[in-house]
Design a protein around this ligand. Structure first.
Ligand code: PEP
Ligand code: MG
Length: 929
């Protein structure tokens, strides 16, 4: 097993072909190099680079991604792939002076996936390939350890059976568990060589039963089948799902790495581990990781045994420890980024199995970027690309509110991914999905597992937080949640998770599905019950420093969508440079306002409507005063009333039911109905009989088949001009009032859902008239603008006309996406999953701006608008304003600002800075994927 490096002999060169499919590495040099991630995948490129750098890497070869793409097209690889693989195998055998699965010293290999972008645990791996009934005996003799040899063989049959032959894992687990029971073994390691030999025989029967064939004894056949299975695993459900949520193209394919096995489970001088050159959770500069002696890599990653901190290795094997530190330090310097590495120690000798840029939390990304600039490893302009804009959200994750509450800590696990999560327990991924419900009304659930596997990915995605009882900081749960920016406590060993009984037992207490717990992913505590969470503070010093490097590159402003003073203050703290959208309808839902709003809607005459609006005016003015004060010195864009009016009234169906059941109600029920209809004028039960039918008739009048395309937006203000009048008056009276107090106020009145210039002229005339009236009455003027939202394709087409009346544009890309695609933004989820699955759409266009279609309208409207009005201020206020790739598009299109929800302001700032810096630097300098 120990790798001996011999001179290359008897090389068989394949016939020259146009495509080089197979890249060899070993003997101190590699065919490929670290830059070839497209061809070799991240892992293959890393192995080539490490080999070239003279590091101790077990030799092998990489079958490049082209072969995978070929396999996906034809369900088979070409003869060239086969012949090049055979040649590489021969070269490997010669270098090792071993034969695959043959002779006294059989060569065994691992067959692993490795795509361009890391997809941890999503695809398949087969270890110990080459073992069969003969070679297992040779291995037993050579290692002088029959138990080890049989254990390796049974692992191969199990992995091969599952991955290549599609046999359920449980079929093997049942055999293994019943053998443990029969032998009264507590741990896997308690099974001796004889018992494992029996397990192997049983496993072979499982294979025969499920496939009608024997487990393949021919090592070469094993290799071919394993290679093809790894190619197929590119398209397994969990890999596809992972690619979708991480925006990785389905077209890339994976490479396959075939590498001589080294064994970490040969005894007490062997071991295996994983690590990071810095702490991936909090970014401190410390050698970080974990290892297990006498174990194989899968034991560490799968979390089957809880590993030991890597610093302990110094005590166990000081030489190996020092060598490892030396190598990983060199690797970090070489790649100029934090490394995530895997190693194996075989009989006291260290082998590096993998290195790659390590995934990290947002907190760690910022800290590591700052450190590396200070250490002179990277420049500031590179540092700003070392953080994905969405990762800044980590600085905004909530904390548990523990003040004044008695908390009961049930257990302490590892702080695997920071933040807090409070939710109801579920024990399987499917239940998590079911209980969490649709994304629009997602309920908080905590997924509790003994350990997570890649099959749990859909449940992890919907859960608020993850709790596992086994596994370390590099377990599947920890790695995946950090990538998702989701709170996770891992390896809470005191908790006994019984997934079958749907119970978790800890400290003598039993918790069942639906019980509430609170997780603190920053300290690793698991707390009983439902705690409140606290908003985070964004004033972290290191974050500020990082942003002070990024912001100067930014040319586009970032504003926030905020409707109330509290949100405006929050947005400003995150660095918002104004409000890009204040949705005034949200202001009418307050307890005191809604009755007047409803009275206004129910009014049959203009006179009654004006009377109700008069009551709303002072309340609306007070709201604006609060927002203006919060944004002193910055512009505030206020949109006039937009939604269809029926949204403020009871549902038609509910009213019908109430009318039908009124006659059968007792006094108590009637009393509660009076409460329900109080806003509509019900004072006593006797009022209901007349009031409810009248209300129903008004609701029916307002009823529309397609309200989103109906009586809403500027159409409301045109048909009921008194609404626009009242809102304009409230805005200007508020503006004048705060201006008199010395507040610098810049209102921008925005008219929604404009399609024609005449609509714009109609509403602008009202606003200008009211402004004049208020300024005369109050003897004070303020600067203001009147502009429009571009939310309809027609508006984009006639933007040059509209810009003659509108002093600014703001793209309402939520509605613009809805009206361009003809997708209902509220119902699209019925269609979207299939569209994404089928590759009809790559991303949800309501999340990521559709550059090809909607983007063209944005571009066209900006250009046409500026033709009429060269200084036209243009922004965006749809959800896309806080999504990094859409922000980049807005920058490229020449928008003046993006506006997004307060919690995305930091993300938008960094995305806008990266867009500008990227252009300046001609491309993205070393962005960490
Ligand atoms: C939009 O349509 O993009 C927009 C911001 O308005 P709303 O979401 O309120 O319709
Ligand atoms: Mg809209």
């Amino acid at each position: 097993m120990a790798t001996t490096t011999l001179p290359e002999t008897e090389m068989i060169e394949p016939k020259p072909t146009t495509t080089k499919y197979v890249y060899f590495f070993g003997g101190g040099k590699a065919d490929g190099n670290g830059k070839m991630k497209d061809e070799l995948g991240g892992k293959g490129a890393g192995l080539a680079e490490m080999t070239n750098a003279g590091l101790p890497v077990p030799p092998g070869f990489t079958i490049q991604t082209d072969a995978c793409r070929e396999y996906m097209r034809h369900n088979a690889v070409s003869k060239d792939v086969d012949s090049q693989m055979d040649a590489a195998l021969f070269r490997l055998e010669s270098l090792q002076d071993q034969k695959l699965g043959k002779g006294d010293n059989p060569l065994l290999v691992s067959v692993r996936s490795g795509a361009k972008f890391s997809m941890p645990g999503m695809m398949d791996t087969i270890l110990n390939l080459g073992l069969n009934d003969q070679s297992v005996e040779a291995l037993a003799r050579r290692a002088n350890n029959p138990r080890f040899a049989y254990d390796s063989y049974r692992r191969l049959i199990q992995m091969f059976g599952n991955v290549v032959l599609d046999i359920e894992k449980s079929a093997f687990e049942e055999v293994f568990d019943s053998k443990k029971k029969q032998k009264k073994a507590k741990l896997d390691t308690d099974l001796d060589a004889k018992a494992l030999k029996e397990v192997i025989e049983e496993y072979k029967k499982v294979v025969k039963k499920h496939t009608t064939h024997d487990f393949p004894q021919n090592p070469h056949q094993q290799l071919v089948l394993a290679r093809d299975a790894v190619f197929r695993s590119w398209n397994n459900d969990r890999a596809k799902h992972y690619r979708r949520i991480n925006n990785i193209s389905d077209e890339l394919g994976t490479a396959v790495n075939v590498q001589a096995m080294v064994f970490g489970n040969l005894g007490d001088t062997s071991g295996t581990g994983v690590g990071f050159t810095r702490n991936p959770a909090i970014g401190t500069k410390e050698f970080y990781g974990e290892f297990l002696m006498n174990a194989q890599g899968e034991d560490v990653v799968a979390g089957i045994r809880t590993p030991v901190p890597i610093l302990e290795l110094e005590k166990v094997m000081p030489n190996v420890y020092n060598q490892l530190r030396d190598i990983t330090t060199r690797l970090e310097k070489h790649y100029r980024d934090m490394q995530d590495f895997e190693f194996t120690i075989q009989d006291g000798k260290l082998y590096m199995l993998q290195t790659r840029n390590g995934k990290r939390t947002g907190l760690a990304a910022v800290r590591v970027a700052l450190q590396m600039v200070e250490e002179g490893l990277i420049k500031k302009e590179e540092a700003i690309f070392r953080v994905e804009p969405n990762q800044l959200y980590d600085f905004l994750v909530p904390r548990l509110d523990e003040k004044g509450v008695k908390i009961e800590v049930l257990a302490k696990g590892l702080p695997a991914s920071p933040g807090a999560a409070v939710g109801q327990i579920v024990f399987t991924a499917d239940e998590a999905v079911e209980m969490a419900g649709p994304s629009s009304q997602r309920k908080p659930v905590i997924l509790v597992r003994a350990e997570t596997t890649p099959e749990d990915i859909h449940g992890m995605e919907v859960a608020k937080g993850i709790l596992t009882s086994r596994g370390g900081m590099t377990s599947h749960a920890a790695v995946v949640t950090r990538g998702m920016g989701k709170c996770c406590v891992a390896g809470a060993g005191d908790i006994d998770v019984d997934e079958k009984a749907r119970e978790m037992r800890v400290k003598g207490q039993v918790f069942r599905e639906g019980d509430w717990i609170s997780l603190d992913g920053t300290t690793g505590r698991v707390i009983k019950g439902k705690l409140n969470t606290l908003d985070p503070s964004p004033d972290d010093e290191e974050l500020q420093k990082f942003m002070s490097w990024a912001d100067p590159y930014r040319t586009m402003k970032v504003r926030a969508n905020a409707d109330i003073p509290r949100d405006a203050i929050q947005a400003r703290a995150f660095g918002a440079e104004g409000i890009g959208l204040c949705r005034t309808e949200h202001m009418f839902f307050g307890e005191q306002k809604i009755p007047h709003m409803r009275a206004m809607i129910l009014a049959n005459t203009e006179k009654d409507r004006r009377a109700a609006l008069k009551k709303l005016l002072p309340m609306q003015r007070a709201d604006f005063i609060g927002v203006f004060r919060a944004m002193d010195g910055l512009p505030v864009t206020i949109r006039t009333l937009d939604p269809p009016l029926h949204e403020f009234l009871p549902r038609r169906e509910d009213l019908m039911v109430d009318i039908a059941t009124l006659a059968h109600m007792d006094a108590k029920q009637k009393k509660s109905l009076v409460g329900k209809y109080r806003d509509y004028g019900a004072k006593a039960a006797g009022d209901l009989k007349k009031l409810m039918p009248a209300l129903l008739s008004r609701v029916e009048q307002l009823h529309e088949f397609n309200p989103m395309l109906g009586h809403r937006g500027c159409r409301l203000g045109i048909t009921y001009p008194e609404i626009t009048e009242m809102q304009a008056r409230a805005i200007f009276e508020a503006a004048v009032a705060v201006a008199k107090d010395g507040v610098k106020v810049f209102p921008e009145i925005m008219i929604p859902l404009i399609a024609t210039v005449k609509e714009m002229a109609n509403q602008a005339a009202i606003v200008h008239r009211v402004a004049k009236e208020v300024f005369e009455e109050k003897e004070r003027t303020v600067e203001y603008l009147v502009g429009t939202m571009i939310e309809l394709p027609r508006a984009a087409l006639v933007a040059d006309e509209i810009a003659k009346e509108a002093e600014f544009f703001s793209f309402g890309t939520n509605d613009l996406t809805q009206t361009t695609f003809g997708f209902s933004r509220d119902d699209v989820n019925k269609i979207l999953p299939t569209y994404i699955e089928e590759g009809i759409l790559k991303r949800d266009p309501f999340e990521v701006l559709d550059r090809e279609g909607v983007g063209q309208l944005v571009k066209m409207a900006t250009e046409r608008g500026r033709k009429s009005r060269p200084n036209l201020k243009v922004g965006i206020c749809g959800e896309h304003g806080g999504e990094p790739s859409s922000v980049e598009f807005c920058y490229q299109t020449g928008l003046n600002y993006v506006s997004c929800s307060p919690f995305r302001v930091l993300t938008a700032r960094l995305a806008a800075a990266q867009a500008a810096a990227g252009e300046k630097m001609q491309g993205e300098a070393g962005r960490t994927k």
